[in-house]
Design a binder for this molecule. Structure first.
Ligand SMILES: C[S@@+](CC[C@H](N)C(=O)[O-])C[C@H]1O[C@@H](n2cnc3c(N)ncnc32)[C@H](O)[C@@H]1O
Length: 451
């Protein structure tokens, strides 16, 4: 296959728009190689019709998945970048854990975005296992997402070649892995079960959202993916990740991707050998104490102004409390203030018990609180009131699958497809954080393909 100038420009624009990936002239040969691999797999040489088919297909089409696998690098390993994991284990996670313990809230929400075959989120799970002897008393969400369904499948199996453990300390290797007869190493089921894998395209606009459980994160790792993005995709992704953080949350990128300008309004925090970024609201900054910056690390920039809230509470005199509102409950949930969000949502429901949107929001909040039973109850009520609510079916499917009820979960996700297939793609769904029908449809399809 020869990539003509015209086809190069078409393919470059298409891949940038859908996957966020950048193929400037210096990487034209990589794009050509990736396209040639994908064409071989579908046994054709005709590039132009193939590109036209891709342009007409939604992002979750299997052909997009195939091409993405040819165009992206899945290289990763356990404890990749020792300094980063040391800073996480010695400083960031203990500080987060201490802050949560101090306010009597045993909840942590961590996300490995672009997790490839799972080594990164599993390393986080190992660190937490070492740091939380009372793990059973905590509600920990450890979300791991990637564009590639095939890599997620490998991640779920939890079996690795020794090469994936090349930087793993001997103690962790002995404690958390079991050698198999074929030479592979299997991660203990206890650690595997703590990570929830899900498909997510960082270049798409379906996050942060309570529906995809991608809000109010205490810590996000997004390493070695954005460096391959176009400038526009990098900016849009960084802005969404910043929004997905809790008010005192941390964002970790690789050294090559870190940039104060890109990640504003996060504040750089120098830790031994690394620079991480945090969303330090003035009060939260006092609660999380970070050790003095390492001399090798750049000095921290002055604190950036606080980001505006998605929905700011209306100012009212103290004597006249504001009426409970779903918008405020959603804004509180997005900030990780889950108890207040639940109270606000319950108060809104007390005024109107027949509002299905309020029940869906309550379900999402209960999911974030780790109260899956209460979340399912709220969804049952939502579906009783609005049997055609696609967001309610979607959340139900995701929750059931998380509880191990795969068949029922798949049925609920299939219901989403049935409900949305004929809805205009750009119609915004009520009670869905502004998600469009097309985007929720693609997200549901991607979840079905990945399981
Ligand atoms: C080099 S791996 C990084 C793995 C891990 N984060 C690490 O640093 O070791 C890059 C991963 O980014 C994923 N990726 C590339 N573009 C993506 C996108 N638009 N959305 C989500 N994941 C993407 C690829 O599928 C691949 O698994």
């Amino acid at each position: 296959m020869i990539l003509t100038d015209g086809a190069y420009v078409t393919a470059q624009a298409l891949v940038a728009a859908r996957l966020g990936l950048s193929f400037p002239e210096s990487r034209r040969a990589d794009l050509e190689r990736g396209l040639a691999g994908a064409l071989r797999a579908v046994r054709t040489r005709a590039l132009e019709p193939y590109l036209a088919r891709l342009a007409a297909a939604p992002d979750d089409d299997p052909e997009w998945h195939r091409l993405a696998a040819h165009l992206t690098v899945g290289e990763t390993y356990f404890f990749r970048d020792a300094a980063a994991f040391e800073a996480l284990e010695r400083h960031v996670l203990p500080a987060l854990i201490a802050a949560r313990r101090a306010r009597g809230d045993r909840r942590l929400r961590l996300w490995s975005a672009a997790c490839a075959t799972g080594e990164e989120p599993y390393t986080l799970a190992i660190l937490l296992d070492r740091l939380l002897p009372d793990f059973a008393d905590w509600t920990v969400t450890l979300l791991a997402t990637d564009l590639s369904a095939r890599r997620l499948e490998t991640a779920r199996r939890g079996r690795y070649r020794a090469w994936s453990l090349r930087e793993t300390p001997a103690e962790a290797r002995a404690r958390y892995f079991r050698p198999l007869r074929d030479g592979e190493l299997e991660l203990h089921a206890r650690i595997r079960s703590r990570v929830a894998f899900a498909p997510l395209n960082l270049a798409a606009d379906d996050y942060p959202s309570v529906l995809t459980d991608t809000t109010a994160m205490d810590l996000i790792l997004c390493r070695n993916a954005m460096m391959y993005f176009t400038e526009a995709a990098r900016r849009a992704t960084a802005a969404r990740l910043v929004r997905a953080l809790a008010p005192d949350g941390w964002l970790v990128t690789s050294a090559a991707e870190a940039s104060s300008e890109l990640l504003a309004p996060l504040v750089p925090a120098g830790l031994p050998g690394v620079v991480f970024y945090r969303k330090a609201a003035p009060r939260a900054a006092a609660a999380i104490r970070v050790p003095a910056p390492d001399t090798a690390a750049p000095p921290p920039a002055p604190p950036a102004p606080r980001p505006p809230l998605a929905v700011a509470p209306a100012r009212r005199p103290a004597a006249e409390p504001a009426a409970p509102s779903l918008a405020r409950a959603r804004a509180l949930a997005d900030q990780g203030r889950l108890e207040q969000a639940r109270r606000e949502c319950a108060a809104a429901l007390a005024r109107d018990r027949l509002d299905p949107e309020a029940h869906v929001l309550l379900a999402a909040i209960e999911q974030e609180r780790g109260e899956l039973g209460a979340a399912l109850d709220a969804l049952r009520r939502a579906l009783y009131l609005a049997p055609d609510s696609a967001p309610a079916h979607f959340l139900l499917g995701a929750l059931l699958i998380r509880r191990g009820e795969r068949r029922r979960g798949r049925r609920a996700l299939e219901a989403v497809l049935g409900l949305l297939e004929r809805v205009p793609r750009d119609e915004v769904l009520p009670g869905s954080d502004g998600l469009t029908a097309g985007r929720l449809l693609e997200t549901a399809r991607a979840h079905l393909a990945a399981r």
